[in-house]
Design a protein around this ligand. Structure first.
Ligand code: NDP
Length: 458
């Protein structure tokens, strides 16, 4: 795999690629383990200070981070701030504020006959946690999970994606400047380095990426019985009921599938629409899709940028052909625009069946598959008939229906009349092929701790 930073909007490589430093994986892991064994990372003050330092790192280097994201992903500074900086900051600051309260013991009187005493559960850090991140939000997807790991008192190895090479480089420069370098380290490199790290038998692995690689991570970790959190792909439904506010739903559904060119784990790529409003909604969405302005994300008129690389373009084009071959109706888009760079048109297929490949597999591009349904039962049945279960969106003005159906959709996050916001107090994660375990807030802390029961007989 190439690790060259090729500009997505021009598909041109820079004149030269800076050499990557070689990392001694075993020595790095040994250093972190030694620090963990010393007990330093367990203290409440250490945890809080590291989290505050992480927040400071993001605040003081906003411009450098924006520059790296521009180089890797052609992301505009405004988007870089929202997607990577603000999200990581919010989590780090929230966790720093809560960490002492999280650590507080809750003593219980034992309810054991003739055995008076007290008991409590201690939240123990695992040890050294490995975090492997995906490239689409390179800082957030690596440093976000680190918040829970640090808050729980672990030493942490970060392995950002090499596809976002400039971001990975910058992270490797910043982390030792702001954080405890003997407890938190960045290891640069590609998937072979991730596997080398996994083979060290670390104490926990937090992985964000595709389902295929997620499986390899799981297999590698299984050799040491290392517990794993997997944040993987999705084929998330956006369900538009007949009573939905169609103006809001059109805008929201378009955002759900076209934001970040569809290169979003929670992209709402299956658009389920009630039969009675189906034709009208398809027309509305088609008009909205045709208003998308493809171009350089640094141009203020642009509303959708290029995909990450040639491989991703080929993958999306393969699915466009499959959609056509399997008999879905192409409503809009369907190919590459007549310009350089890794652009693909925003595309909608309608009259699709949930059995079609474009309704079953994650495309990771700006392609929405629109499927009709008759009633709530069928909507839920189609929504849940998927190998994935990451996110879902419901569009309805009937809040009672929203509450009932939100419980019935199989997904880690269900949003009503909007997109799931990443609030640091709410958990994030999926099930089935979308992964296992949860991140963020209390769930992120718990994922990084082992419970130890202590009882004292009096
Ligand atoms: P990949 O699965 O290709 O890569 C993820 C990470 O794994 C990268 O750091 C990659 O390194 C590393 N890696 C590559 N090969 C191996 C290997 N054999 N063993 C261990 N690690 C390896 O995913 P992408 O980066 O392409 O990200 C896109 C995917 O991530 C999509 O499926 C998307 O849905 C999912 N995702 C899920 C999220 C969630 O919260 N559920 C959030 C965001 C994305 P390198 O890149 O350096 O090769």
């Amino acid at each position: 795999m190439t690790t060259e930073s090729v500009a997505p909007k021009t598909a041109e490589a820079p004149a030269e690629t800076p050499p990557k430093p070689a990392t001694d994986v075993a020595a790095t892991v040994a250093r972190l383990r030694k620090t963990f064994a010393s007990g330093r990372t367990r203290g409440a003050e250490w945890r809080k200070q590291q989290l505050l330092q992480l927040a400071r790192m993001m605040e003081e280097n906003e411009d450098a981070i924006a520059k790296a994201l521009a180089e890797d992903l052609d992301r505009s500074p405004a988007e870089a701030f929202i997607a990577d900086v603000a999200t990581t900051l919010a989590e780090a600051k929230y966790a720093a504020k809560r960490v002492r309260r999280w650590m507080r013991r809750k003593y219980l009187l034992l309810e054991v006959p003739q055995l008076p005493g007290r008991g409590w559960v201690e939240y123990e850090p695992y040890g050294t946690v490995l975090i492997i991140g995906a490239w689409n939000y390179p800082f957030y997807l690596t440093l976000g999970p680190a918040v829970g790991a640090i808050a729980a008192g672990n030493a942490v190895v970060l392995k950002p994606s090499e596809i976002a090479a400039a971001s990975s480089r910058l992270m490797a420069e910043l982390v030792p400047r702001y954080l405890d370098r003997d407890a938190i380290a960045v290891v640069e490199g590609d998937g072979t380095v991730s596997q080398e790290l996994i083979m060290q038998g670390l104490d926990r692995v937090m992985f964000t990426g595709g389902t295929e690689i997620g499986r390899k991570v799981y297999e590698g970790a299984a050799r040491h019985l290392t517990p794993v959190t997997l944040e993987l792909g999705g084929k998330s439904p956006q369900i538009v009921f007949a009573d939905a506010d169609l103006d809001a739903a059109t805008e929201g559904v378009a955002l759900g599938i076209f934001a970040n060119q569809g290169e979003v784990c929670a992209a709402g790529s299956r658009i389920l629409v009630a039969r009675s409003v189906y034709a009208e909604f398809v027309d509305r969405l088609a008009v909205r899709a045709s208003s998308v302005v493809l171009g350089d994300p640094f141009d203020s008129a642009t509303t959708m940028g290029p995909l990450i690389n040639a491989r991703q373009v080929d993958r999306v084009l393969r699915y466009l052909k499959l959609g056509h071959d399997e008999g879905a109706r192409l409503v809009t888009g369907g190919g590459r625009p007549d310009r350089g760079g890794y652009f693909v048109e925003p595309t909608l297929f309608s009259d699709a069946a949930n059995t079609m490949t474009i309704a079953r597999e994650e495309i990771f591009g700006p392609v929405g598959t629109i499927i009709p349904f008759y009633d709530d039962e069928q909507a839920i049945q189609i929504a849940n008939d998927s190998s994935y279960a990451l996110a879902a969106t419901l569009w309805t003005t009937d809040l009672s229906r929203a509450h009932t159906l939100a419980r019935r959709v199989r997904a880690g996050a269900v949003a009503v009349n909007g997109w799931s916001p990443l609030d640091p107090r709410l958990s994030w994660g999926g099930s089935k092929l979308s992964g296992q375990g949860r991140e963020l807030g209390l769930a992120g802390l718990e994922a990084n701790t082992e419970l130890k029961t202590i009882t004292v007989v009096l």
